[in-house]
Design a protein around this ligand. Structure first.
Ligand code: PGA
Length: 248
């Protein structure tokens, strides 16, 4: 991490926040972003993406969708194309999240989604993390082989990588230890350097909370927070705890 790199703070709202609480959270984010130089980004439920974009209009906060179709357009019931996401003014698409892996989706599919998003000028936040449910000191090979696949198959690098070990995610996840996260991030950065992607920022996600945010944030280029940032109070707390260490 160098001090010139852009810092990030964002949240995946999953299917947790309803319309009202999504908009309340974004209002808090817009306000926080007036005195915090980090790039704020949120992935609300697809149904609220359009309204979310309008709610943050004129602010530096980015809105993205929790995925997109691998198809450009056509008879694909229930799907939403990258172009449609772009049309409503969103800036980003998240792909590769652990909960999509649990739903049966593969790295191939995530790569295809990322390629579609790039085609229409959307930024891609790509989630990567060791897939074992237990902490495994050798699990770094997963990360490095995924990076190699992305670099081979995506003409453009993702906007941001989110390092999210599967064992750390969600309410049944294990809170991470910073030494472990730090070791994984440094292996991941070595892998990124080897493929010429050292400029790609890496944020950390998985059981970030008010007890560990301050310690985890400086290890990465920022944080990708779930549950702990779904309320305005939670988001403010995480931002306050980490902002002192951020450049403004
Ligand atoms: P969590 O979610 O912070 O609630 O563990 C993180 C994520 O799923 O990205």
């Amino acid at each position: 991490m160098t001090s010139e790199r852009r810092r990030f703070i964002g949240s995946n709202l999953k299917m947790a926040n309803d319309r009202e609480s999504t908009m309340a959270l974004l209002e808090a984010a817009v306000e926080l972003a007036t005195r915090d130089a980090r790039q704020f980004f949120f992935f609300p439920s697809m149904i609220f993406v359009s309204e979310a974009v309008q709610r943050v209009a004129g602010s530096p906060v980015f809105i993205g969708s929790q995925g997109c179709s691998v198809h450009r357009s056509g008879a694909y019931t229930g799907e939403v194309s990258a172009q449609m996401i772009r049309d409503v003014g969103a800036q980003a698409v998240m792909v590769g999240h652990y909960e999509r892996v649990v739903a049966g989706e593969s790295l191939d599919l995530f790569v295809a989604q990322a390629a579609r998003a790039h085609e229409v000028g959307l930024r891609v936040l790509f989630c990567l993390g060791e897939r074992e449910q237990a902490r495994n000191p050798d699990a770094v090979s997963d990360l490095l082989s995924d990076v190699a696949v992305l670099q081979r198959r995506l003409p453009d690098a993702p906007w941001v990588l989110a390092y999210e070990p599967h064992w750390a995610i969600g309410e049944h996840g294990t809170r991470p230890e910073s030494a472990y996260v730090s070791a994984r991030l440094s292996a991941l950065r070595t892998g990124l350097r080897e493929v010429g992607w050292e400029h790609v920022p890496v944020v950390y996600g998985g059981s970030v909370d008010s007890g560990n945010a301050e310690e985890l944030d400086p290890l990465a280029d920022g944080l990708f927070v779930g549950r702990s940032a779904w309320s305005p109070a939670g988001l403010r707390e995480i931002c306050t705890l980490t902002q002192a260490k951020e450049r403004t």
